[in-house]
Design a protein around this ligand. Structure first.
Ligand SMILES: Nc1ncnc2c1ncn2[C@@H]1O[C@H](COP(=O)(O)OP(=O)(O)OP(=O)(O)O)[C@@H](O)[C@H]1O
Ligand SMILES: [Mg+2]
Length: 428
């Protein structure tokens, strides 16, 4: 048995071999997937060695996986063998090339596995000699003595491919972990959407039946009407929760859309004052500070109303009587910044970084509150508008939520030119 334990002499390579190898090295630098790396290496291995077949073998613990091949007739692509009972395993475990002129005269070869193939002679080199991650095999249909050139070439190729193989494996592991996480998120979203959707029908029946019952129960005593009111309120609350769940599922799945129209900032802000009575009922003031210059913003008014309802609703819940909630706006060149500030309890600093993320935020259920989806939905709505939301808070002093909305663009370049000229003339 010839052994090649030392570094193989590169002098055995011709100029053409070196050019092909250099090309391979250059291409390897651009490949990310293991599949691409193996395809490049098997092609180059066959071209360089002139072999009738080439295999790419990966170590998987105590097994070797014949992951890829290119040959005149099928070899073992996709098969796995115990590492101790095949020649690729031998090259991996001994960290040196195996060179076999007559495979049937070598007891390291599992002869039965080879009988169905064309192979008579072979060379097997380990990939990453210090701690092999696999091996490259070259096979010939005619019995021959593989020379130093072939062995050196294959080993040089395997050495060049080692880092790319490792990177490819890491890339694949990372990709499959990401795919699994995405599949889980998608499944959760689908389940959420399905359940929320299916809950809507029976809820619709409850709401409709209570409205039919109302006139029938009208002549009855106060208690019956009280029960009916409770039923109505619960149905409404459930309806809101289901809408929130559906919105949340759509945001998570990336399928949330808004339909934007131009709207005056002052009108948009007035939506927030609808919650004034709720605040006053609890002894809290609600102040609206409109900007000096009114501008048009592009937004989905119903969705922004939903954002205000949650932000002001939260502020009312976390502000004690005697406190103040201020809704204000700042107009910038390309955007407006809207804020809802309160003088309430504030939010603990460790919660702030994950406040908008329902999945990461610690669960705190307060009686009378929703499921805690409000801020995640608000962020989804604002981001769907091309804006962003942020929060500042100090425990005991209060909280300010600020979100941006893009400004309505001027109709055309000409319009803005006319407007700009007009402004300049006035300024004179
Ligand atoms: N203005 C605020 N002051 C103090 N804490 C707040 C304020 N706004 C939000 N929070 C905290 O953030 C949590 C999440 O708010 P979010 O609006 O997402 O959920 P929720 O109001 O509990 O339920 P939902 O909005 O679904 O009805 C609140 O439960 C509260 O702990
Ligand atoms: Mg809320």
């Amino acid at each position: 048995m010839r052994r090649f334990q030392e570094r193989l002499p590169l002098e055995a390579l011709t100029f053409d071999d070196t050019v092909v190898l250099l090309d391979v090295v250059r291409e390897l630098a651009h490949l990310r997937t293991l599949e691409d790396v193996m395809a490049l290496v098997r092609r180059a291995a066959r071209q360089l060695s002139g072999a009738d077949g080439v295999t790419f073998v990966l170590r998987e613990g105590d097994l070797v996986h014949y992951a890829d091949e290119e040959a005149i007739a099928p070899l073992w692509k996709g098969c796995r063998f115990p590492i101790h009972s095949c020649i690729s395993g031998w090259a991996i475990l001994n960290r040196e090339p195996a060179v076999i002129e007559d495979i049937y005269a070598d007891e390291r070869i599992p002869h039965d596995v080879y009988r169905a193939t064309f192979v008579k002679s072979l060379v097997m080199v380990p990939v990453r000699r210090a701690d092999p991650v696999g091996a490259i095999g070259a096979y010939w249909a005619e019995r021959r003595v593989p020379g130093l050139r072939e062995v050196s070439l294959l080993q040089a190729l395997a050495d060049s491919a080692a880092v790319a193989v490792e990177n490819g494996r890491l890339y694949e592991a990372e990709r499959s972990a990401r795919r699994a996480a995405e599949a889980e998120t998608r499944l959760r979203g689908e389940l959420l959407a399905m359940v929320s959707h299916d809950l809507r029908n029976p809820l619709g029946v409850i709401a409709m039946t209570t409205s039919l019952l109302a006139p029938l129960l009208a002549p009855l005593n106060g208690r019956a009407r009280h029960h009916l009111d409770t039923l109505n309120r619960s149905a409404l609350r459930m309806e809101r929760l289901i809408h929130d769940l559906l919105d949340f599922a759509a945001i998570e799945a990336g399928g949330f859309r808004v339909s934007r129209v131009p709207l005056a900032l002052s009108r948009l802000m007035e939506q927030a004052s609808e919650l004034g009575p709720l605040a006053r009922e609890r002894g809290i003031g609600l102040e609206l500070r409109l900007p000096e210059r009114d501008v048009d913003v592009r937004c989905d008014p119903d969705r922004i109303h939903q954002v205000f309802s949650n932000l002001v609703g939260n502020a009312v819940r976390f502000t004690p009587a005697g406190g103040l909630i201020t809704v204000m706006a700042e107009v910038h060149d390309d955007r407006v910044e809207l804020s809802v500030a309160d003088t309430g309890a504030g939010i603990a600093p460790e919660v702030l970084p994950v406040l908008f993320d329902r999945v990461q935020r610690p669960t705190t259920r307060i009686p009378g509150s929703g499921v805690g989806l409000g801020l995640s939905i608000a962020r989804g709505i604002i981001e769907a508008h091309g804006g962003a939301v942020r929060v500042r808070s100090q425990v005991g002093l209060g909280t300010t939520f600020t979100f941006t909305l893009p400004m309505e663009e001027r109709a055309s370049g000409l319009d803005s030119l006319v407007a700009a000229t007009g402004d300049a003339m006035e300024a004179d």
